[in-house]
Each structure stands twice: as structure tokens, then as C-alpha cells.
Design a protein around this ligand. Structure first.
Ligand code: BG6
Length: 493
């Protein structure tokens, strides 16, 4: 870790992300001896609180959210690295003070001028913080590195994302810019490429000769909670599709990269996004379904509709559900539809990728028994992590009956397997300077192009919301989207 020594500066140190994800992830890393020895962590916030009080909050968050039990010696090691400082993001004199403060810490902790600036703040502050860091000479130091980490949303459409990108890359190089998509930190997302490219069983048949369709679902039981203000501006399309859902699609469809280095993988990901069929307004009406939840029940408890949530307009036209059929223009994927859906207030929380294989020709068993059940390969992302495979076999007994049987590998079901949290992996990679699991600018750019076409088509029509009950699987039109093609949404439980 010699040259990974650094100061990690968290803008938004009192926020939810810092408490629920970042600090517990840092603690988990410390427990595994994965933090550089020369590290200082500076949490910045607008509140005037003492470091001790701040640390007490961190202590409580670790008890609640870290996957390793709180152990006093580990905690005291982490605590000795954490400093809280009050800072008003818009006040330039506060940045002058911050600079002096960081310079002193640099000496104390031997961090050699290396810095990570983690912007865990509302997007309207991204610009001003980057500018102030630059103005005060904190973004570039000879002989050391400075990285910036940007939480989503990265813009709200292509023009705003381009504008933001110009500001950021005017100060930090692309190589030092880490755009977070926390799905990329999930264990099973990293596993998609391994499953595909490390198995003779799968890679040769991963194409339109053998695959009938791909279904990618990420649904959750939670509603919009206290995030009404943000969500009204975003909706499921910007909140989930532009980033997480397109990442899942990309990794499923990617061509084998030339090597496993960062840029080779990212180049192939961009190629998929560039091959995605762009929707005209008519295509968007035909191939994309939007929904908004009304009142309903989750786990038999009544819950309110989206329009009744806090900070949500009672006539809101914001979507909480999106389903669409995407086509990828490539020799590998021609004529294989990718059905994608994501929504809030679903009956269960589940993220999975289902590969449905084509039926066999109608000879032998298929001739005798008619349509057999399709082979399915399911990559389970969460809450269960694993791979599920369905194939046909004879039912034991004298009669010839063919039944689907399943092989179900679950990697996080065993008690001794406690998978790392997404943020743990992402922070580890930022600290060691590996940007493979972060979105490169052109990935962001192409995904906004795709999403903007849908958003602008939607502007032309008033949706009829609410159109699904909380606790249901989404609007009826999402079923029709597949029924039209003679298919249905699959779920493997
Ligand atoms: C976030 C979205 O990026 O992802 C949230 O802003 C959503 O609205 C969350 O709930 C889902 O993440 P996960 O890891 O729970 O699937």
C-alpha cells in the first residue's frame, strides 16, 4: 500500500450515505486489513459539531450497518483516522481553511499529498465544490495524485451531464474521475463476466442461435420514502434505468474483451451501449411501459400511493416503474429481445438476469410431449446471490414423464459466507486506483442518449397514473409488452 497513502475527504460527511454506507465500508475494510496504513479521513458537513460527537454517530452506524461486529481495537484504529470539520460548500474562505487543515494532516499521517475527494452531496454542489478545489490549488499537486468520486445522479439528461463533465474533467483527468454506480460493486455483477468467459458450458451458446430472450428485473418493496424531492425530479427512468439497469444489460451482452484491463472492458461495454437500438417517439410508446404505484399492501400492511408520499405532488406524473423491450444491433444479439423492468413497491425485493434458451426442434421427446419447458439460466444478483439452472429430466418412476429440474447454487446462503458490501469493494478500488468498476464518461453519455429519447417521447403524453397497486407486479401493460411476443415475465423465486 506504500503509494496508496492518502487523505479521503468526504463532502457530505453527516449525510445518509456517509453514515449508512461509507463509514461501515471503511470499518469492514479495516477489519480485513485492506486500508492503507497512512490514511486520514476527513468528514465535511455544514453542521457545527465536535469531532467526538461526530465519531459517536459513526460508532453507532458501524454497529448498525457494518458486516463485521464492532470490536474496540479495530474501532479505535479507525477513530484515530477520522476528523470532522465544518464547511460551507459555497463559502470560498472555508476552502482556504480546509487547505491549511489538510496540509497539516498530510504531515501528521504521512499521506504524501495524495487525496480522494468524495462528493457525497446533492448534485447541485458538484460544480461549486470542484471549482473551489481547483481555485485553492487542492486538485493538482506535483508528484502525487488527486481523485474525485461522484455519486449519482450524473446529470439529469445528456446536456446537463455534458456540462457537469466539462466542469469535472476541466479539473480532474478522466483517469482520476470515479463515477459511482453502486451496482457495479455488487458481487454478482462482477461475477457475470466470470460465468460467461470462464465456462465452456456457457460462452459458446451465449448468442442468438441458442438464446430466445433475456429478462432483467430489479424490483424492490420499498416506496420512495423520504426522498420525494429528489425522486419527483428523477423517476425510475433516471434513477434506475440510466445507470443500474443499463449496466446489467451491458455486462450480459458484452463481447469478450481483448484483456481484463480496465479500458478493454470499458471499450466493450461502450460498444454494447452504442449498439442499443435508439427509440423514436413511436418506438418508445410501443416498447416502453411506465407506471406509478397507488395505495396497496406490502406484507399484508397497507401502504400509501406514490402521490400521497411526502414531498410528492398529489397529481404527480413521475414514474415509479419502467419496463421496456430493447434490441441490440449486433450479429450476436440480432432478434434476441432484452426485456428490462424495474419498479418500487413490488411484492418482493429481487434483482436477477434470466437467460431463456430456445426450444429444441420438435423431434423425439419434444415431438411426443409437445413443448418442453425451456432451459433457463438465472444469475441472481440479490438478495440471494448465485446461479440457477433449469433443465428437463425424467420423473423417477415407470411412466415417461418429463419434468423441469433445477440446480440452484447460492453463494450467500451459507452462514459463513458474508459477501462484501458494494461500497466496500468500490472504496477499496478507489483507494488502490482501479477504475474498472466505475462508469467511464462515454458509458454515461450513451446511456443518457438512450434514456433521453424515452423521456422526450413521454413528455408528449400525459400518463394515466396511478396504474398499479403497491404490492403488485406492475401495470398490466408490462404483461402485454411480452404477451405481444408470445412470452411472459419469468421469475424463479
Ligand atoms: C439507488 C436508487 O441508486 O438504488 C434507489 O436511487 C434504489 O431509488 C436503490 O432504491 C436500489 O439499490 P439496491 O442496492 O437496494 O438494489
Amino acid at each position: 500500500f506504500a503509494d496508496n497513502s492518502c487523505i479521503l475527504v468526504i463532502f457530505g460527511g453527516t449525510g445518509d450515505l456517509a453514515h449508512r454506507k461509507l463509514m461501515p465500508a471503511l470499518y469492514n475494510l479495516l477489519c480485513q486489513n485492506q486500508l492503507p496504513p497512512n490514511l486520514a479521513i476527513v468528514a465535511l458537513g455544514r453542521r457545527d459539531i465536535a469531532s467526538d460527537e461526530y465519531n459517536y454517530g459513526v460508532y453507532e452506524s458501524i454497529i448498525k450497518f457494518a458486516r463485521f461486529d464492532l470490536e474496540e481495537t479495530n474501532w479505535s484504529q479507525l477513530r484515530d483516522k477520522i476528523y470532522y470539520k465544518k464547511l460551507n460548500f459555497t463559502d470560498s474562505s472555508d476552502f482556504v481553511e480546509l487547505k491549511t487543515f489538510l496540509d497539516k494532516l498530510e504531515q501528521k499521517h504521512g499521506t504524501g499529498g495524495n487525496r480522494i475527494y468524495y462528493l457525497a452531496v446533492a448534485p447541485e454542489f458538484f460544480n461549486v465544490i470542484t471549482q473551489r478545489l481547483n481555485d485553492n490549488g487542492m486538485a493538482k499537486n506535483q508528484g502525487s495524485w488527486q481523485r474525485v468520486v461522484i455519486e449519482k445522479p450524473f446529470g439529469r439528461d445528456l446536456p446537463s451531464a455534458q456540462k457537469l463533465n466539462r466542469v469535472i474533467t476541466g479539473v480532474f483527468s478522466e483517469r482520476n474521475t470515479y463515477r459511482i454506480d453502486h451496482y457495479l460493486g455488487k458481487e454478482m455483477l462482477q461475477n457475470i463476466m466470470v460465468i460467461r468467459f470462464a465456462n465452456m458450458l456457457f460462452e459458446p451458446i451465449w448468442n442468438n442461435q441458442f438464446i430466445d430472450n433475456v429478462q432483467i428485473t430489479s424490483c424492490e418493496t420499498v416506496g420512495v420514502g423520504s426522498r420525494g424531492n429528489y425522486y419527483e425530479q428523477s423517476g425510475a427512468l433516471r434513477d434506475m434505468v440510466q445507470n443500474h439497469m443499463l449496466q446489467l444489460l451491458t455486462l450480459t451482452a458484452i463481447e469478450p474483451p481483448a484483456s481484463l484491463d480496465t479500458e478493454s472492458i470499458r471499450d466493450e461495454k461502450v460498444k454494447v451501449l452504442r449498439s442499443l437500438e435508439q427509440f423514436s417517439p413511436n418506438d418508445a410508446f410501443k416498447n416502453v411501459v411506465r407506471g406509478q404505484y397507488g395505495p396497496g399492501y406490502i406484507d399484508n400492511e397497507p401502504v400509501s400511493g406514490y402521490r400521497q408520499e411526502k414531498n410528492v405532488s398529489p397529481t404527480s406524473g413521475t414514474e415509479t416503474f419502467v419496463a421496456f423491450k430493447a434490441n441490440i444491433h449486433s450479429f450476436r444479439w440480432a432478434n434476441v429481445p432484452f426485456y428490462i423492468r424495474t419498479g418500487k413497491r413490488a411484492p418482493v425485493k429481487s434483482t436477477e438476469i434470466i437467460i431463456q434458451f430456445k426450444p429444441l426442434p420438435r423431434v423425439l421427446y419434444a415431438r411426443l410431449f409437445g413443448q418442453l419447458n425451456p432451459n433457463l439460466l438465472v444469475i441472481k444478483i440479490q438478495p440471494k446471490e448465485g446461479v440457477f439452472f433449469q433443465f428437463n429430466a425424467k420423473k423417477p418412476g415407470t411412466e415417461s414423464i418429463i419434468v423441469p429440474v433445477q440446480m440452484d447454487f447460492c453463494q450467500n446462503c451459507r452462514l459463513d459466507n458474508n459477501s462484501p458490501e458494494a461500497y466496500e469493494r468500490l472504496l477499496f478500488d478507489i483507494l488502490r486506483g482501479d477504475s474498472t468498476l466505475f462508469a467511464r464518461w462515454d458509458e454515461v453519455e450513451y446511456s443518457w442518449r438512450f434514456v433521453d429519447n424515452i423521456a422526450s417521447a413521454w413528455q408528449e403524453q400525459q400518463p394515466e397514473f396511478p396504474n398499479y397497486a403497491a404490492g403488485s407486479t406492475g401495470p398490466a401493460a408490462a404483461q402485454t409488452l411480452l404477451a405481444r411476443d408470445g412470452r411472459e415475465w419469468l421469475h424463479t423465486g
